[in-house]
Each structure stands twice: as structure tokens, then as C-alpha cells.
Design a protein around this ligand. Structure first.
Ligand code: ADP
Ligand code: MG
Length: 270
């Protein structure tokens, strides 16, 4: 039996910047363990949609509910505590810190509860510290960067840095992971690794909402796609439905052509 309340529900979501409507009356749902992509041309409102869901800015109108509870207008740290974590279009490591400490930063939102159990005498500081380090190791193994834990983040390759961003987000124990163009700039083998990682994350029951331009990467990855143009939803469906939709081809897919990244070839290489 399917759950009557979606994990995440976006209704009438609208964001205006002065006279510009960046996101316009947007509706969509996200279910547990689902991989949902948001696609569309540059300026379509994809990143703004992420910003509204994560609390980086309040919507002009509309609602975002997580498990039936309104979260629009809440502060970003509160939304993270409730289980929504994101990565950005550009890697943002905390320089001068090890990979381990960068992942530990992601546990920040959860740390308050472990601090309380220390203060209440339920756990020693050493136990809490050890539990945190064990968790970091688990996540690093899951993501595939466990051999890099002691490295300074400035020594990581671009692709390793991208995996670190995802590890840091997973450290918050999210229900929903938002990835903004995760495949951009990755090599073919890094793309293949990312593809498998996103599938593994979803298999753990974590929902993935992603923005991505590379259709060769995206189409076999996602369960469902929402297509935006000028802030509004012009289509929603499975990969094959969206690919066959003339409005989507006209607004977006037909214009990708030669602009498609070389990462597209990764699928043929598998
Ligand atoms: P996408 O991620 O799909 O490329 P964005 O969500 O970044 O699109 O942007 C949608 C529109 O909103 C664009 O026209 C962009 O210039 C505008 N925009 C985004 N953020 C701001 C902001 N903070 N202030 C004013 N305009 C913005
Ligand atoms: Mg964007």
C-alpha cells in the first residue's frame, strides 16, 4: 500500500525577484527512495527551486511540506535538521581541514542531540567522539573515499571533491538529498561512480532530487523527471515520456545537441 502522505510535497511554489518570476506555481511530489530530476534550460528556475526547498530564501507564494509538515520559510539549519541536505553546483570544501573533518561538519545538525546525551550522562565525550568517527568511516566507505580520510582537502581531485560533498551531505543522515548538477566536470569513470552511488543512496531509502544537464547520464538514472521552462512546469513523467514530449524537445532537449557533455559517452563505456 502506498503512503498517502508524500515525503516531500511542493504546491504552488512561486518566487519573484522584482518583476522576474523565477519559479512559477510549481507542483510536484517526491516519494521515499525515489530519484527525481529537475531539468530545463539555463535560467529556468531549477537552482531557485532548490534554494526554496532548503530555506536559503523564502517563497513568494506556495508551500513545501515534508511528511505533511510545512517547512517553507523555516531557516536552512532547521530544514537540515528535519532531513533535507544539498550539494551545490561548485564544490565547497572547508580548506585547511582533513577529509574526515569535512565530513564531520555534515554531522553538525545532528550533533546537538549527541551533545545532550553527553550532558545527561548517557554517553561519555569519548564515546560520542568515537561514534562520530565510526559513522564518518562508514560514510566514506559507502561513498568510496575511505582511503582519503586523512588527506588535506586541497589535495583531492575535482571528482574526489564532488564525492566528499555528497559524503558530507550524507553525514547529516538525510531523508532527501538535493544534488545541483553533480555530474558537471567529472571524467567518464567518475560519472560512472557517481551514477552507481546515487542508485545506492536511493536503495538505502534516501530520496534524491537532482538538477542535471547530461541526458545520457540522467535518463537511465531517474524514476521521474520534472521539466521547467521560464519557472513553470511544462512536463512531468518517466524518462521515455519526457524524451518523447514535443514541448520538452522544443524548449530544451532539441537545443542540447552539440552542447551535450562528453560525460554522455560514459554509458556506452560501461
Ligand atoms: P537555473 O538554475 O534553472 O539555471 P536559476 O534558478 O538560477 O535558474 O534562475 C532563474 C531565474 O532567476 C534567472 O533569470 C536568474 O537570473 C534569476 N535569479 C536567480 N537568483 C536570483 C536572485 N537571487 N536575485 C535575482 N534574480 C535571481
Ligand atoms: Mg542552476
Amino acid at each position: 500500500m502506498s503512503n498517502p502522505i508524500p515525503l516531500l510535497s511542493v504546491r504552488g511554489l512561486t518566487k519573484r525577484f522584482g518583476g522576474l518570476t523565477a519559479v512559477s506555481d510549481l507542483d510536484f511530489d517526491l516519494e521515499p527512495g525515489e530519484i527525481l530530476a529537475i531539468i530545463g534550460p539555463n535560467g529556468a528556475g531549477k537552482s531557485t527551486t532548490f534554494n526554496l526547498i532548503c530555506g536559503a530564501m523564502p517563497p513568494t507564494a506556495g508551500t513545501v511540506t515534508l511528511e505533511g509538515r510545512r517547512i517553507d520559510g523555516l531557516q536552512p539549519n532547521r530544514i537540515a535538521e528535519l532531513g533535507i541536505y544539498r550539494t551545490f553546483q561548485h564544490n565547497m570544501p572547508f580548506k585547511g581541514m582533513s577529509v574526515t573533518d569535512n565530513i564531520l561538519v555534515g554531522r553538525h545538525a545532528r550533533r546537538a542531540s549527541s551533545l545532550w546525551s553527553v550532558l545527561l550522562g548517557r554517553a561519555s565525550v569519548a564515546e560520542a567522539e568515537r561514534a562520530a568517527r565510526d559513522k564518518v568511516l562508514d560514510i566514506a566507505r559507502f561513498v568510496g573515499i575511505d582511503t582519503l580520510l586523512d588527506a588535506d582537502v586541497t589535495t583531492l581531485s575535482f571528482g574526489q571533491g564532488r564525492l566528499l560533498e555528497i559524503a558530507r551531505a550524507l553525514a547529516g543522515e538525510p531523508k532527501i538529498l538535493l544534488l545541483d548538477e553533480p555530474a558537471a566536470g567529472l571524467t567518464l569513470s567518475e560519472c560512472a561512480r557517481l551514477f552507481d552511488l546515487i542508485k545506492d543512496v536511493a536503495r538505502q531509502g534516501i530520496s534524491v532530487l537532482l538538477i542535471e544537464h547530461d541526458m545520457h547520464f540522467l535518463l537511465p538514472l531517474t524514476d521521474r523527471i520534472v521539466v521547467l521552462n521560464f519557472g513553470g512546469k511544462i512536463a512531468e513523467g518517466t524518462s521515455s515520456e519526457v524524451r518523447a514530449n514535443p514541448a520538452v524537445v522544443d524548449a530544451y532537449l532539441g537545443k542540447l545537441g552539440a552542447a551535450s557533455e562528453n560525460v554522455g559517452a560514459f554509458h556506452a563505456s560501461r
